[in-house]
Design a protein around this ligand. Sequence first.
Ligand code: KIV
Length: 265
Amino acid sequence: MASPSPITVPAFAERKSSDQKLCMLTAYDFPTAELLDQSGVDAILVGDSLANVIQGRETTIPVTLDEIIYHAEIVCRAVKHALVVVDMPFLSYHTGIEQAIANAGRILKQTGCQAVKLEGNAGQAAIVSSLVDVGIPVMAHVGLRPQSIHQMGGYRVQRDRESLLRDAQAAQDAGAFAVVLECLPVEIAREITEQIRIPTIGIGAGNGCDGQVLVTHDMLGLSSGYTPRFVRQFANLRETARLAIEEYCQEVRTGKFPGNEQSYQ
Ligand code: KIV
């Protein structure tokens, strides 16, 4: 069977007007990216959530441009079909338009991804439009913005309807092709989705969005510690892996592994 053609930025954006919701998940390594791609996700996000799930950090603030490029290049080599979107790390797009273009350009050139994602309110619209002007597709991210966690005072549901509508509208007007809505009440997310022309991708924003994104480690039950309310664990791979590792140790210690099948004569 011929493999489906790669999903382009325009094709992703056009799904706004279809009744098939967009599915996006995160990946930071080759086997996970390959698995997601072969399982039919529409987009793969190399998120700065790698700070939490790969590096074991409390916040996404320490992630560097070099780190995200390292992971994104690996992911892009594994993906044949899905759109790959890469997060711009904290302070890689805030210190001037030229710097933002140079950094987003490095991400595109060195990884092979199709788009970048950046967190921002209406104040970041000029950055979005300058990236779009030079041909770099941008997915915006409004609502709870983990890179601004100290300013926002914690991982809380965002309820200021007017600013949320204004931020999403500003992202669209600046030329973003899609916008992530993180942690907002279902009715506000639905209203934004109805009012703007670009797809909304929700995380903790209810089912009125045009698509959904989750951190793969969370939805597969691989993460340890706190799980936000908006995560559904579709599997408990941590428990499956723990049982397998315990069995391995047991078999090694009792001399049952390796057996004849795993040995050369
Ligand atoms: O970094 C990330 O994984 C994200 C998603 C949670 C949207 O930004």
